[in-house]
Design a protein around this ligand. Structure first.
Ligand code: ADP
Ligand code: MG
Ligand code: ZN
Length: 480
């Protein structure tokens, strides 16, 4: 029997506010354990929360970026459960009335736009962190208690692991573009749970979902989805049934294990948080937050692939990175060279430099104008592509203008026919053996002669012109 796969995701992203969601402790990653804590985030009896306004504003901004309805009034609720990383024994979250609902995010899969429904976005607090790598004991770091989160819950609209992966990459990039989260996977500031179900092909009734937790990267989300799809397929094909349950993904073993059979919503005994007032979102707030939403990554990706013909894999490196996209768009707008060359510079030498040196584009000396000048200098053959690499390194490390660097380092290429003709004649008369070889059919002697010309000109002769004129001379033709 053939099955259709349906996937829904729950994505948690930490918001980059200065302080935590209900207290004034710093919201900072990497501090010594249990130093960013106070009675509120440690859940001491009698301590009372105060809602950080910026968390609400970031939540609204995320909702607008994902085309959600923003609730005029929403509220916080207590979700009761016990776990050692949650000292209050309840998480303050949003249940019945989330801040944002009914949105969508368009993603580009195989050159087709796919619209993925967003059920809701709510704000909530993060829990602490259990540290297991200390011998037999488990330690607890409460620094993360009360770090603000948004949870983005999708509809079960994704149909393959590839779609889920593209969704995650796109969402991450949206949250970075609108500047609400830095989404550093390695710091756990973006995390996801995946829900997978299978149903008979063509059926309109969705199958029973299985949720998987403990997914530490987007690539492990991909593996977990593939594993779960195969597991359910085998089970169903053998006449078995799927139980709604939560499974724990073990990335090193590439398998998942039952964690718990699905808890009931009733188990959490949700009720309105009595210490916090309702959240009121005014039109002013909405208008103000809307102003922070730039052109989003999918729109850029679509523009780069369709208008400029750049392949998806390359275009997404730029479109999903706000700094690179800003550099690319502005350099293209200078109109001095082809978008393709700007793309090549960015995804090639510039990305390599950024990765090697661990800095961002604003920390380098390059500007969109100088990148456009560089592209123009190569396309109009003022400099060779190898000289261009030298110019680029100067721009990245020191900045400056392309023209000035070319003059200072004497990099201008010479394609003057008279100059190159005399160069070629000189090399031919000094290398009669190679000329004989060439005329006796050893065509690779040509490469040697080109190399000699380049060397004699200290790399400044235009190699295309050198090759053309050498060919003519060696074959005793006329230059037309
Ligand atoms: P819970 O907190 O119980 O996990 P949520 O409402 O937060 O519930 O999340 C439910 C998630 O499960 C959503 O992402 C939704 O798209 C997904 N989901 C619901 N039904 C199915 C299904 N039949 N197949 C796959 N995913 C599903
Ligand atoms: Mg869930
Ligand atoms: Zn605190």
């Amino acid at each position: 029997m053939q099955f259709d796969t349906y996937i829904g995701l729950e994505v948690h992203a930490e918001l980059k506010t200065r302080s935590k969601i209900f207290c004034i402790c710093p919201n900072k990653f990497g501090s010594p354990a249990n130093t960013n804590v106070c009675p509120v985030c440690m859940g001491f009896p009698g301590a009372r929360p105060m809602l950080n306004r910026q968390v609400v504003l970031y939540g609204v901004r995320a909702g607008l970026a994902l085309d959600c309805d923003i609730a005029e009034f929403s509220r916080m609720d207590r979700k009761n459960y016990f776990y050692p990383d949650l000292p209050k024994a309840y998480q303050i979250s949003q249940a019945e009335i989330p801040l944002c609902s009914n949105g969508h995010l368009d993603i580009l899969v195989e050159n087709q736009l796919r619209r993925i429904g967003i059920e809701r976005i709510h704000i909530e607090e993060d829990a602490g962190k259990l540290v297991h790598d200390n011998g037999p004991d488990t330690l607890i770091d409460f620094n993360r208690c009360g770090v603000p989160l948004i949870e983005v819950v999708t509809r079960p609209d994704m149909r393959s692991s590839a779609e889920a992966h593209e969704f995650l990459e796109t969402l991450k990039s949206v949250l970075q573009f609108i500047d609400v989260s830095d989404c550093r996977m390695e710091e756990g500031s973006i995390r996801c749970d995946v829900n997978v179900s299978l149903c008979p092909a063509g059926s309109s009734q969705l199958g029973t979902r299985v949720e998987m937790k403990n997914i530490n990267s987007f690539s492990s989300a991909l593996r977990a989805i593939e594993y779960e799809t195969a597991r359910q397929d085998t089970l169903l094909s053998a006449g078995g049934i799927i139980h709604q349950e939560t499974r724990k993904w073990d990335d090193s073993r590439g398998e998942s294990f039952v964690m718990r059979t699905k808890e009931n919503v009733a188990d959490y005994r949700f009720f309105p948080e009595p210490d916090l007032a309702a959240i009121h979102i005014t039109d002013d707030i909405i208008n103000n937050e809307r102003a922070y939403i730039p052109e989003l990554p999918t729109a850029k990706l679509l523009r780069y692939t369709t208008k400029f013909g750049i392949p998806h894999s390359e275009a997404s490196i730029i479109a999903f990175d706000a700094e690179k996209a800003g550099m690319f768009d502005e350099a293209v707008n200078c109109g001095r060279c082809s978008p393709r060359s700007i793309c090549n510079w960015i995804i090639g030498d510039i990305t390599k430099y950024l990765n090697d040196s661990g800095v961002g584009i604003p920390d380098t000396g390059i500007t969109p104008e100088s990148l456009a000048d560089l592209g123009e200098a190569v396309e109009s053959k003022v400099i060779s592509s190898s000289a261009a690499k030298t110019v680029l390194m100067e721009l990245l490390t020191k900045g400056g203008s392309v023209g000035e660097i070319i003059r200072r380092l004497d990099l201008a290429q010479n394609s003057d026919t008279e100059y190159i003709t005399s160069l070629v004649e000189e090399i031919i008369s000094a290398n009669q053996r190679s000329v004989e070889d060439y005329r006796n059919g050893k065509t690779n002697a040509l490469g040697y002669l080109v190399g000699q010309c380049m060397r004699r000109s200290a790399g400044k002769a235009d190699p295309v012109e050198v090759k053309r004129l050498l060919n003519i001379k060696l074959n005793n033709q006329e230059d037309k």
